[in-house]
Design a protein around this ligand. Structure first.
Ligand code: LLP
Length: 435
């Protein structure tokens, strides 16, 4: 039996067996399942706080701003958790910006990233008075200048540079190579910076980068930080730009299976060393690392189906609730909520959902102790890119979200109902209403 304990910066123990049943920071998951129903997401708030504090402390010697990447988990209560600690937010749409503001993140701590910001989104962000726009192309720069000048404002801009370093992660989440849609190529950066300086609505304040997600090694970071700092030096000393900020992006990896997590002190040391000659502040945009291990997707077994070749454990959660396994072949740990008895024989099973697609597979050939219909399973490391990537595919209601703290819990996103779901659509004017 493991007691729940949360050493600073560690959140892997947010979920632990106590008295034979899996708990989330003192609350039995079975109690949450009974009260809220399944499937549902469960987040441990203290684990998120421990991560944010540890990350912030790693940069203590340097002027910096942690802008939590909301795309990992944008629930209002989660973002408020970080806002209460002094966090900023990295947003990629007007919707995320509004959510950040609603959660209590000051506009002056919001960074707006993303390759396709529209003119209305730019106007909304200028109106709100955000900290920084990370601009990814020349056309975007021109558009932002036009919008800002039209409003009589100046947009603080960091140019996102593509350092052309392969992060060595999954192809769908690698962003830092020249083959990628993200950022301005290093070779073009001086020309684009010159252009930025000449545009009326733009104040060029910094450079930004983000080379990918779920990085578990330091080398690609070190190489990119060095390249970014080198470029900043050139822009400042040779081209006369007054840069105040380097935005180093996010991407810190966590342990899903057996991969080593990123070494936070080593990451911070690489960032601090490689940017030591830069006089301004650092902006950091971690998402996954802050929340992944603090969350599980809680599901109930509907059926156990014995095929001639395989055993299928069919859950009430599906790929619409957690799409990472289907989309990236991602591994997620799966734990029975009832602690397996010592010596229980594990057998390989396919853990699947109810969706009408073969891709609706959480794990193939996963070794599990004996399980039965009605049993609860926790799909682990689901706090990041889980609920935010959910859909209503197959007419399924979005799973609710629950926040746990010190032995108590709150539903921080209720399950919608079918009336609300059906009420999203309208008949066309020429269609006869149903009887
Ligand atoms: N900054 C920028 C500009 C980004 O594009 C991202 C993530 C982040 C920060 C935060 O990265 P993180 O610290 O979370 O790795 N849905 C995928 C991950 C997509 C990440 C997209 N960009 C997944 O489930 O693995």
């Amino acid at each position: 039996m493991n007691e729940v304990s949360l050493p600073p910066g560690r959140s892997a123990d947010a979920f632990a067996y106590r008295a034979g049943t899996l708990h989330a920071d003192g609350v039995p998951l079975a109690r949450i399942a009974d009260a809220v129903g399944t499937p549902c997401y469960v987040y441990v708030q203290r684990a998120m706080e421990a991560r944010w504090r540890a990350f912030d402390a790693a940069f203590a010697g340097r002027r910096h701003l942690v802008c939590y990447a909301m795309k990992a988990n944008g629930n209002l209560a989660v973002v408020r958790t970080f806002a209460d600690l002094g966090s900023g937010a990295d947003v990629v749409s007007e919707g995320e910006m509004r959510m950040a503001l609603a959660a209590g993140v000051p506009a002056g701590r919001i960074v707006f990233a993303g390759v396709g910001k529209t003119a209305p989104e730019m106007a909304a962000a200028l109106q709100a008075g955000i900290f920084q726009f990370n601009v990814e192309s020349e056309p975007e720069l021109e558009q932002l200048s036009a919008v800002a000048a039209g409003m009589g404002r100046t947009a603080a801009v960091a140019l996102r540079v593509n350092p052309d370093v392969d992060a060595g992660t999954h192809a769908k989440i690698t962003t830092g190579t020249a083959e990628n849609k993200f950022g301005i190529e290093v070779g073009d950066a001086r020309a684009v910076a010159a252009k930025a300086a000449a545009l009326p609505g733009i104040a060029l304040v910094g450079l930004a980068m983000h080379i990918g997600s779920q990085l578990t090694t330091i080398a690609p970071y070190r190489a990119s930080f060095a390249r970014l700092a080198g470029l900043a030096r050139t822009l400042m000393t040779e081209d006369g730009h007054a840069l105040e900020r380097l935005d180093l992006g996010g991407g810190l990896g966590v342990t899903y299976d057996r991969e080593p997590p990123i070494d936070l002190p080593a990451y911070a040391e690489a960032a601090l060393q490689e940017t030591a000659g830069f006089p301004g502040m650092l902006v950091l945009e971690p998402g996954r690392w802050m929340v992944a291990e603090a969350g599980v997707l809680l599901a109930r077994i509907v059926y156990v189906k014995q095929g001639s070749l395989k055993t299928f454990v069919i859950l009430d959660a599906g790929m619409n609730d957690l799409i990472r396994p289907a989309l990236y072949e991602a591994y997620h740990p799966i734990l029975p909520v009832a602690e397996p008895v010592p010596g229980a024989v594990e057998r390989p099973v396919d853990v699947v959902g109810p969706i009408c697609e073969s891709a609706d597979l959480f794990a193939a050939g996963r070794r599990l102790p004996p399980v039965a219909p009605g049993d609860l399973l926790a799909i682990g490391v689901a706090g990041a890119y889980g609920a935010v990537m959910a859909s209503g595919y197959n007419g399924r209601l979005l799973a609710p979200e629950v926040l746990v703290r010190d032995g108590t819990f709150a539903v921080v996103r209720p399950r919608p109902n079918y009336e609300a779901m059906i009420g999203c659509d309208r008949l066309a004017s020429w269609q006869i209403p149903p009887p």
